[in-house]
Design a protein around this ligand. Structure first.
Ligand SMILES: [Zn+2]
Length: 141
């Protein structure tokens, strides 16, 4: 889908340049004098190129957006395949919003440890959030 859109964008640009070339060729002929008005020719050509370039940028950005969306969806799917073991229902919702937020914000790492549990200050073991005492005997707070 996205590559299709990208191809359409490139084809549109090429056709736009060719089209504006043909248009400029026709528009530049001075019917009364019989010669070619170069100012009109170049002006028509430039407008045609600029318009087709704007359309190209729009189409290309759409393909980029679709690309990003596909990436986010893939990341969410990956996240759902490995759900949190501690508290399934609520934490799945949290991690989902977290992952999309971090994808958009660009900060990928950070909350993974907090989501999975808490680190013991004494022995450094990673404990689940459901237990408030580490296996070494140290309390969480
Ligand atoms: Zn400990």
């Amino acid at each position: 889908m996205k590559s299709q859109c990208r191809i359409i964008a490139i084809v549109e640009l090429i056709l736009g340049v060719i089209g504006s070339f043909i248009l400029a060729k026709g528009a530049g002929i001075n019917v009364y004098a019989g010669g070619r008005n170069w100012t009109t020719t170049i002006f028509t050509f430039l407008i045609g190129v600029v318009v087709s370039y704007v359309f190209f940028v729009v189409l290309y950005s759409i393909s980029e957006i679709m690309d990003n969306q596909e990436y986010i969806m893939k990341q969410l799917e990956k996240h759902e395949e490995n759900p949190n073991t501690s508290s399934p229902a609520s934490s799945a919702k949290v991690s989902r919003s977290n992952s999309s937020a971090s994808l958009l914000g660009g900060t990928k790492q950070g909350t993974a440890d907090e989501e999975d549990g808490w680190l013991c200050a004494k022995c450094g073991r990673l404990n689940p959030n459901s237990s408030s005492i580490c296996s070494c005997g140290k309390h969480r707070f």
